[in-house]
Design a protein around this ligand. Sequence first.
Ligand code: HEC
Length: 121
Amino acid sequence: MLKVVLGFAMLFFVIESCFYDSEEHLYPNPPACDTLNVSYNLDVNPILMNRCYNCHGNNNTVSVYEFEGYLDLINFIEKGKLLGAVKRQGGFLAMPQGADKMPDCEISILEAWINQGKKNN
Ligand code: HEC
């Protein structure tokens, strides 16, 4: 039974990591996660759309925080809570609320985008 569960976990991980591979194949071996030149439109926004906007989208009725859209996201990041929340660090509410922790690659993409200057690209 444990093997089956582990098998599924592995499969999930493999599928997840393939999903976020981009066409830029800069590593000879299968890159776990491509965080070079992260794009707001192609990388960041789709992740947030998938995991956050049902609660943090425009005109939502769930949370006071709305970060759907580039400028709203920039302003929200200024509050300094986004990475702590998705990394589930102490002192932050764990996000996405009521769901599993985001895959490491998605967190890395968000972090890389911030470190690369939060470009509107
Ligand atoms: C099921 C609803 C839900 C989802 C999905 C969700 N959030 Fe939240 N989030 C909340 C609520 C509720 C709060 C508490 C603040 C409030 O009531 O507005 C919150 C608070 C936060 C905070 C502030 C944390 C703190 O420590 O004060 C951050 C940052 C945040 N969310 C980011 C995200 C991100 C990023 C995602 C997607 C990866 C996400 N959330 C997904 C409902 C949600």
